[in-house]
Design a protein around this ligand. Structure first.
Ligand code: C5P
Length: 308
């Protein structure tokens, strides 16, 4: 095989309940993931050792947490090494990541790339790992990587890596407002711990139930989903990035059914009534001047898979 192409989606957490810090440095989660139609593409070709290039979001001039590395710090590099080691093959591939999902945005862009790389390299190297093996490798790479493989809608527990698929036949339309500068996920979790220690937010001993959001995702209407959305990381993201309050207000003023911070932020996910409403909200938010990029998306969409 000379070239293999795989794609994987971004995600929005429509429910994200965060428990206390565990001894292993992670937080117990009860989350509902929704895969949305913003996709990164990973192309793998035969190579001598590993070589990685990045185009699109986070390439070249980007700085800080938004900058996507092209060495071992990139989760794709680690995915390649992990798959090669577990399959007993040598890690030879030239990999190109074409990014549409911004980095450090709370959209699991790096996890999407790792999931797409696992699928692409499994095909390129003929390792025939099987879906279950790939999911196990994914969980070792990061908490969100198993969901990036699975896609659709899923309830996530543990640190987010233990997944139960959720059936949803409804197509949900969202508008993503992407900020100019990313937020570090560990920093946002750390801020949550600080807010809790100071008694400024609930302590996380009681994780909010996921059932209301799961029921609303299944059958709608958008008002029911709007009322059920929730994210415990929103308060710490707002504490670290006060401008986010304005961004959330802009989504509200644009007539979104609801708006919340996606994952650890700083992306704002605004729920639309339907596709037409999403187009309208996109135009309003693009004119509001609070986001670097505004993208209309829908979900659920499938997880990482080969294309072409
Ligand atoms: O699993 P992943 O590498 O994506 O996690 C990045 C960081 O986010 C962790 O090192 C941890 O600080 C934080 N995290 C957490 N609890 C989770 C998932 C992530 O505290 N359930």
């Amino acid at each position: 095989m000379t070239v293999v192409v795989a794609r994987a989606p971004a995600k929005v957490n429509v429910h994200l309940a965060v428990g206390p810090l565990r001894p292993d440095g992670f937080h117990e989660l009860r989350t509902v993931f929704l895969a949305v139609s913003l996709l990164d593409t990973v192309t793998a070709r035969p190579g001598d050792g590993l070589a990685l290039t990045v185009t699109g979001e986070g390439a070249g001039a980007a700085r800080g947490a938004d900058r996507v590395p092209t060495d071992r710090r990139n989760l794709v590099w680690r995915a390649a090494e992990l798959l090669a080691t577990s399959a007993g093959v040598s890690a030879d591939a030239t990999i190109e990541i074409a990014k549409s999902i911004p980095a450090a945005a709370g959209l699991a862009g790096g996890s999407a790339d790792a999931a797409a790389a696992l699928v692409a390299l499994d095909a390129l190297w003929g390792t025939r790992a099987g879906r279950e093996d790939l999911v196990a490798l994914a969980a070792r790479l990061g908490s969100d990587v198993p969901f990036s493989l699975l896609g659709g809608v899923a309830l996530g527990t543990g640190r987010g890596e233990q997944l139960t698929p959720v059936l949803s036949r409804t197509r949900w339309h969202w508008v993503l407002g992407i900020a100019g500068e990313g937020l570090s996920t560990p920093a946002v979790y750390g801020e949550l711990d600080r807010l809790r220690a100071a008694g400024r937010v609930p302590d996380g001993q009681e994780l909010a139930a996921a059932e209301p959001v799961v029921a609303a995702l299944r059958s709608g209407p958008p008002e029911a989903l709007a009322a059920a959305l929730g994210n415990d990381l929103q308060a710490p993201a707002l504490a670290l990035r006060p401008e986010l309050a304005r961004a959330l207000r802009a989504a509200d003023e644009a007539g979104a059914a609801a708006a919340l911070v996606s994952g650890s932020g700083p992306t704002v996910a605004a729920l639309a009534q339907d596709e037409q409403d999403a187009v309208r909200i996109t135009a309003e938010l693009a004119g509001a001047g609070v986001f670097r990029t505004v993208r209309a998306v829908y979900g659920p969409v499938p997880g990482a898979r080969l294309v072409g």
